[in-house]
Design a protein around this ligand. Structure first.
Ligand code: FES
Length: 109
């Protein structure tokens, strides 16, 4: 694994979700109360762009079917749903390690 610089920490405000790339992987980067988290950008349900989602507590909510994923563990906290029809995401969200160095955010890929 190699750490790749993806952004300046000052570019990601608390609660903001920004798209970043590391070694060709499309990721999301967010700041939850000063803790940075990186995860796969595609929703594990049907692939929607989670950068268009919202942060809720320590997780991200997909805007398409409202599935919620913990951004520390990647675990599904709430299954997707369409009106009254319950669905299942195939996998957990892939989470990547993050470290801050000299004011920059680095993601391990
Ligand atoms: S595509 Fe994200 S919950 Fe369905």
């Amino acid at each position: 694994m190699e750490y790749v610089r993806v952004a300046a920490a000052s570019e990601v405000a608390p609660g903001q979700i920004v798209p970043v790339e590391a070694k060709g992987l499309k990721l999301l980067l967010t700041n939850i109360g000063g803790e940075f988290r990186a995860a796969q950008r595609k929703c594990p349900h049907l692939g929607f762009n989670l950068c268009r989602g919202k942060i809720d507590g320590g997780g991200v909510v997909c805007p398409l079917h409202k599935a919620k994923f913990d951004l520390e563990t990647g675990k599904i906290e709430r299954d997707p749903k369409l009106l009254f029809i319950g669905m299942k995401a195939k996998n957990d969200l892939a989470i990547y390690p993050v470290k801050i160095e000299d004011g920059d955010v680095h993601v391990g890929v």
